[in-house]
Design a protein around this ligand. Structure first.
Ligand code: DGT
Ligand code: CA
Ligand code: CA
Ligand code: ZN
Length: 583
């Protein structure tokens, strides 16, 4: 059981208590336990083994016993008692933006709503009219939320899917006779969400491989099972499942199968047309002649593409979004190896879980040449944002760490809120003391594209702002992007010497692939950052890189593939240029 599992159980208890109408003191005590466990750097199971549960912040004797209960029995009796009083399906409603336990309680008690379907029906029937706390505007907001949930249903974020796929791949590798296992499908193409996982393997005994695959830990349902193909639902977290398809293919036609099942469908359709023009067919077995069936290519992907006179497209570019019109694939398409530092991260000074020194040492261990510490600014109160005097102290602290830690350049910056009017959350004088400034919108994203765009443009024009972080503010599967004129933003970013971020957090991937492509085409520099809140989140960089590859970005187009001196020059150039303009 992971820390996240335990935290989720306590959050659920808190929600159920709150829906039931318990006093906020009791509710909050469970929330505090959830937060404390979620924030834990070590493993909760080990804390329990050492008998130290009650030493955690917010965890008293009673809570410690409940954690222990969960770890040993897999359940908490209190949760089950609550589930008898409060319909558990009410918890689904929490996924709708703007619906918290208090409002959910009203829907349940006043209108008898117990599920998402009930809620949809009630809205359609106009049954929420006149309900306290549900003005027409907030009903519309719920309607939007329901529509959004329906749109994203059944797709899993890339970051989660990746972990499950790697686990599955390890499992399949262990099966006797299996000599090779590869990912295919949308996961291999690095799509931001994944419908199902597609795995291919080479094995001596197909039926035995599929047998082992369909009985691996976590399988909740076997959808298909044969000699060469198996399909299962795998539970990767309590209540969350993903479909996984495995195909066993002969080594001699592995390339054809891998190409076919990597897709995308649109890419494959174009490829098949090209084959047909030459009197050939292309399927998951081979590229072969229509007449007589002579095999032209089958063993490797490069063989197949070469036979059609094409380069072997990196999987991220196989979307039929212009790849066939490329003269050649850039040799220096971005890879993880090109990345030399990370310029957006949080520490314990605001809402991160590690100190600046710990972050720096972790970055150094990755081989990075530089980092910038960018904690939240004062308006982000929930994120423990820094008031000016705390920021000044923080600047000194981080500079001291920078002196102490050798072998990596450590800069001090800030993630500064862009306020409603486009002003920044710190004055220019304070910003001038920072090495690098990340600016971002965290609140008040409206529906008016012109207003949103103007707000971001104002930030871009500030001489001290070096990058706009997560420009559209979307949260994958949870919140839509704010409407933004990316083209105008990119043009202004290019003109002022401001970078636009691909935030590599798998919750965000913002800018997304198509926006990053457009921004790059309009001349904006791209910066890829993890927005890490702990040392282990640096590994999300891979997903930012994949997104950049889908945008067709070469290494040089990405700011943090350049040297520390280049970054300093980038900052200096904007400051001097805009300072001159002001004079
Ligand atoms: P997903 O799972 O919705 O995220 O997207 P994909 O791309 O992984 O799609 P999936 O799992 O249905 O199929 C995997 C690949 O297999 C797909 O990208 C291309 C290939 N494929 C599947 N069905 C067809 C088809 O009817 N025609 C062609 N040409 N290729 C197909
Ligand atoms: Ca798939
Ligand atoms: Ca599939
Ligand atoms: Zn951040």
């Amino acid at each position: 059981m992971t820390n996240a599992d335990v935290a989720r159980a306590f959050d659920e208890i808190a929600d159920l208590l709150e829906i039931k109408g318990e006093d906020s003191f009791r509710v909050n005590s469970y929330r505090r336990v959830a937060r404390s466990v979620a924030d834990l750097a070590g493993e909760i199971t080990q804390v329990a083994q050492r008998g130290e549960l009650a030493t955690l912040a917010g965890v008293g004797k009673a809570s410690a016993e409940k954690i222990q209960e969960l770890l040993t029995t897999g359940r908490i009796v209190l949760r089950e008692e609550l589930a008898r009083e409060v319909p558990i399906s009410l918890l689904e409603l929490r996924n709708i933006p703007g619906l918290g336990p208090k409002k959910i309680a009203v829907l349940w008690k006043e209108r008898g709503i117990t599920s998402l379907d009930d809620l949809k029906q009630a809205i359609a029937d106009g049954k929420l009219a006149g309900l306290k706390g549900f003005a027409e505007k907030s009903i519309q907001y719920i309607r939007d939320g329901l529509e959004f949930l329906a749109r994203v249903a059944g797709r899993t974020r890339l970051g989660v899917a990746w972990q499950v796929a790697e686990l599955c791949r390890e499992n399949v590798k262990q099966i006797p006779g299996v000599s090779r296992v590869e990912h295919a499908g949308s996961l291999r193409r690095g799509q931001e969400t994944v419908g199902d996982l597609d795995l291919l393997c080479v094995g001596t005994d197909g039926a035995a491989v599929i047998d082992a695959f369909t009985t691996q830990p976590g399988v909740t349902r076997v959808l298909a099972k044969g000699d060469t193909k198996g399909s299962v639902l795998l539970e990767y977290r309590s209540g969350r499942e993903i479909q996984v398809d495995l195909r066993v293919v002969p080594s001699a036609s592995f390339g054809a199968a891998w190409q076919y099942f990597t897709g995308s469908k649109a890419h494959n359709v174009r490829l098949r047309e090209m084959a047909q023009q030459r009197g050939w067919t292309l399927n998951e077995y081979a590229l072969s002649e229509v007449e007589g069936g002579k095999v032209i290519a089958a063993e490797t992907e490069p063989d197949i593409y070469a036979a059609l006179g094409l380069p072997c497209f990196p999987p991220e570019l196989r979307e039929d979004r212009g790849e066939f019109e490329l003269q050649k694939i850039p040799k220096d398409l971005l890879t993880l190896k090109h990345i030399r530092g990370d310029l957006h991260m949080h520490t314990t000074a605001s809402d991160g879980h590690n100190s600046a020194e710990e972050m720096a040492l972790a970055a150094k261990a990755l081989g990075y040449e530089y980092i910038c510490v960018t904690d939240h600014s004062q308006s982000s109160a929930i994120a423990n944002g820094l008031k000016p005097d705390r920021l000044k102290q923080h600047i000194e602290d981080v500079r001291r760490v920078a002196k102490r830690v050798s072998g990596i350049t450590i800069w001090i910056g800030a993630e500064v809120d862009i306020l409603g009017d486009g002003q920044l959350d710190y004055g220019d004088e304070l910003l001038a003391e920072l090495d690098w400034v990340v600016a971002s919108v965290h609140t008040g994203q409206g529906k008016d594209i012109d207003k949103n765009t103007a707000r971001t443009l104002a930030a871009i024009r500030n001489p001290y702002v070096n990058v706009i972080a997560h420009p559209t503010g979307r949260l994958i599967n949870r919140r839509d992007a704010m409407q933004l004129d990316i083209e105008t933003i990119a043009l202004e970013a290019a003109a002022t010497g401001t970078a636009l971020e691909i935030n590599a957090s798998t919750y965000r991937l913002d800018l997304k692939d198509q926006h990053a492509r457009l921004a790059h085409q309009r001349g904006a520099r791209i910066c890829i950052d993890c927005d890490a809140h702990s040392t282990d989140q640096f590994d999300q960089m891979r997903f930012g890189v994949v997104t950049a590859r889908r945008a067709g970005l070469r290494a040089g187009a990405v700011l943090n593939t350049h040297s520390a001196e280049d970054i300093r020059a980038f900052v200096a150039a904007k400051r001097s240029k805009l300072a001159q303009r002001k004079r």
